[in-house]
Design a protein around this ligand. Sequence first.
Ligand code: SAM
Length: 219
Amino acid sequence: MNTNEVLNQKTKERYSLYAQFYPLLALIAYYVIWRGNIFKHIQFFKNLINEKSDVLDIATGDGSLTATALAPETNANVQSLVCLDISPEMLVKAKKKLKSSNCTFVLGDVGKMPFVDGQFSVISCFGGLNSFPDVPLALGEMNRVLSRHGKLRGSVLLLPQSPWRQRRIHQWIEDGYQTQTITTDKLSKWILDAGFEISAETQIGDVVLFELRKSKDYL
Ligand SMILES: C[S@@+](CC[C@H](N)C(=O)[O-])C[C@H]1O[C@@H](n2cnc3c(N)ncnc32)[C@H](O)[C@@H]1O
């Protein structure tokens, strides 16, 4: 197994257990460690879809956020919603929350997605980058499957300043819940290198919400 496969295997094992306690534990960590605002977070993703769209949601997890922000039952502009995640246990939970016939579920790795180039006009990825083994590879794949004038909205959890919060994050990385620490500089470089431009960005606590479009060289 190469390094990415080893990290993905560790993630699958960890999320198989974590799925039982999700989303409660995730929400507590979101408020206490990253000081985010879940209502603004959800609104940011709700505003993503304002015209008829074929949507890909990456790292759907247990589907709580996806169902609240993007579900076809509540947003008539969602023509189809494909939910991709590497954890079978998380996808089982997501299927119970996203029951529309317009939703399909794909068990797979963001680093090699089984979709054709330009297949989706809208991509969402809530909190996925913190758990991916190779973010440049993941963002490159997202750029590949995004249509020419499509848009991507994502959220990422930055490394907080306070030492006790940092210690928790280093522990979660060691345990396999996350794969790396993320700073704003690292994020900006990843985004530019993957052929994206930032079209909207906001930070609440240590949570960054961003919208990306293909940079002109990639159109
Ligand atoms: C922190 S959870 C986010 C879940 C959900 N989007 C949310 O905001 O609550 C991260 C998710 O990324 C998934 N994941 C981790 N590595 C992945 C990979 N290589 N490909 C696809 N999904 C992955 C995990 O299984 C997990 O469900």
